[in-house]
Write a protein of this length. Structure first.
Length: 88
C-alpha cells in the first residue's frame, strides 16, 4: 500500500545546530544535540490542520552527530510523522 501524499509545510533540517544563532530556541533538546529535524504532523485531507484549539503538531528529532541524518532517515521520519497525523 502506498503512502498518501499530503500538502502542507515541509520539514526543516538543521544539520549543524551549534553554528546557528537560533540554537536557543531548542532549549528542550539535550545540550549535546548537534542537529535537529523538524517535521510537521499533517492531517489527512479534509481535516483541519489544528486540533480545534489553534495548535499544530510537529515531530522534533535531535542527533548527537552533525549531518548524520541520511535522506532515507528523513524519508522514514516523514512516514512516522504521517502516521502520527492519522492518529491525532
Amino acid at each position: 500500500a502506498g503512502a498518501t501524499v499530503r500538502k502542507g509545510p515541509k520539514e526543516s533540517y538543521l544539520p549543524t545546530l551549534q553554528a546557528l544563532p537560533g540554537r536557543v530556541e531548542f532549549t528542550y533538546l539535550p545540550p549535546n544535540a548537534q542537529e535537529v529535524l523538524l517535521l510537521p504532523v499533517t492531517r489527512p485531507e479534509g481535516m483541519s490542520g489544528d486540533d480545534g484549539d489553534g495548535r499544530y503538531y510537529a515531530v522534533v528529532l535531535g542527533g548527537d552527530t552533525a549531518k548524520s541524518f541520511a535522506p532515507r532517515d528523513i524519508a522514514w521520519c516523514k512516514e512516522i510523522a504521517s502516521w502520527i497525523g492519522d492518529l491525532v
